[in-house]
Design a protein around this ligand. Structure first.
Ligand SMILES: *Cc1c(COP(=O)(O)O)cnc(C)c1O
Ligand SMILES: [Zn+2]
Length: 405
């Protein structure tokens, strides 16, 4: 059965060159920039109605007409998508932003939003005949892609920094992927993968080097619009590493505007990074269109430890054109924020996501956020994937002891 995808072609994000959407593609053949998937949105809007969604399964595949997979049989899925949006009323009140919301990607398969990119990326890889893929990762993407690839029968070679969270190593390895550790950062892993891919003719599944991962991630934008009843929030904060999630949410909202499913209002997009790795923030502060490599990057928020993102210019474009901003957060503030959200609102989220709350506090203090605004934090993963960020020392009792003495 067909998905009735309205995909028409791939378009270079820099030079606009058109590429075929149904054969294996990586970067633009003219200028080596990322390719973006384009759809016939007029036709989609003419045939598809918002109400059609209501009877569909609560997964990202409810938007299948606006995704790149052509045949249902190629869909590789664990039911990912339609994550909850809940309020954080006490943390919000404490920060002076009572209408604070969290979209919680921590409940997805593999515990992070990387499942979205993997579901759509692996499905499309299967559809264009990929047998083997290679990928550099800070951990979460590797775990997700390795497991979805296993489900698709695709072999994967995954390279991650030696100090990536242990749990991501384990989930990658148990899938049967070939896992390698590198004594360096993700850019070092990327160089090693790039060489192996070129030598062996594998599919390069690096961030933005294949066009489809972003399509999976853009469903976060569709869901936000649908869950807010097509009346988008004022501000969306996103923890930015490679920046695909932010680029993708922006792409989704532009597509929905073109389809007439949402109005002209565009949320201000905030790119949040760690102080120990903040190339996008630096570029934004300097008014630049691209970032520079950030040397000796370091942060506990491992998913955002990306010293130079291939799609940096797209992240910056999304921030500039929505009147958003970019802000860097110290790890100490991130850890404090993680604790506040768990204490006050019971939300145990990952450090990347928690850094957004510290950003909300600072932006409110600076007057950039207004008290009445609807502010959405995009929590990218589960706190459970980072058990070591919580340091505790509970009292040890002997059998028969009194609890309170
Ligand atoms: C990968 C990752 C990020 C960064 O996502 P990008 O879209 O690549 O910027 C943020 N948080 C977590 C938990 C991640 O795994
Ligand atoms: Zn190009």
């Amino acid at each position: 059965m067909t998905t009735n995808s309205y995909m028409t072609h791939l378009e270079c994000s820099k030079c606009g060159t058109v590429h075929d959407a149904d054969t294996l593609q990586q970067l633009c053949r003219e200028c080596a920039a990322p390719l973006l998937v384009r759809y016939d949105l007029q036709a989609a809007a003419a045939h598809l109605k918002k109400e059609d969604l209501l009877t569909r399964p609560a997964s990202l595949w409810r938007y299948k007409e606006l995704l790149p997979v052509r045949e249902e049989q190629n869909i590789v899925s664990f039911g990912e998508g339609m994550t909850p949006i809940y309020t954080a009323p006490r943390s919000g009140a404490q920060a002076g932003v009572p209408n604070l919301y969290i979209k919680d990607e921590g409940i997805l398969p593999t515990g992070t939003f990387k499942a979205r990119g993997a579901a759509v990326g692996v499905s499309k890889a299967l559809e264009v005949g990929v047998k083997t893929l290679g990928m550099p990762t800070n951990g979460n993407a590797g775990g997700a892609w390795a497991l979805y690839a296993a489900r698709a029968g695709i072999q994967s070679y995954i390279v991650m920094p030696e100090n990536a969270p242990t749990i991501t190593r384990n989930e990658t390895a148990i899938s049967g992927a070939d896992l390698f550790l590198v004594n360096g950062v993700i850019s070092d892993a990327g160089k090693i993968v790039g060489k192996a891919v070129a030598e062996n003719g594998w599919y390069d599944a690096s961030t933005l080097k294949e066009p489809y991962r972003i399509e999976g991630k853009k469903t976060m934008g569709y869901e936000i619009a649908e869950q807010f009843n097509w009346d988008v929030p004022d501000v969306i904060l996103y923890p930015t590493g490679g920046g695909v999630g932010l680029i993708a949410i922006y792409k989704a909202l532009l597509e929905l505007q073109e389809m007439g499913w949402i109005g002209d209002k565009m949320p201000r997009l905030v790119s949040v990074q760690a102080s120990g790795c903040a190339p996008i923030v630096k570029a934004w502060q300097e008014g630049k269109k691209e970032s520079e490599f950030w040397p000796d990057s370091e942060t506990i928020a491992f998913g955002v430890n990306v010293p130079k993102a291939l799609g940096d210019f797209l992240v910056l474009e999304a921030v500039y054109s929505t009147n958003g901003c970019a802000i860097a957060i110290d790890d100490a503030d991130t850890l404090r924020a993680q604790q506040t959200l768990a204490n006050l609102d019971g939300a145990f989220i990952c450090p990347e996501g928690a850094s957004l709350y510290a950003a909300v506090e600072q932006l409110k203090r600076q007057g950039w956020l207004k008290a009445e605004e609807k502010v959405l934090m995009l929590n990218t993963g589960a706190g459970l994937k980072y058990p070591n960020t919580v340091q505790i020392n509970p009292p040890l009792l002997q059998p028969g002891d009194d609890l309170l003495q």
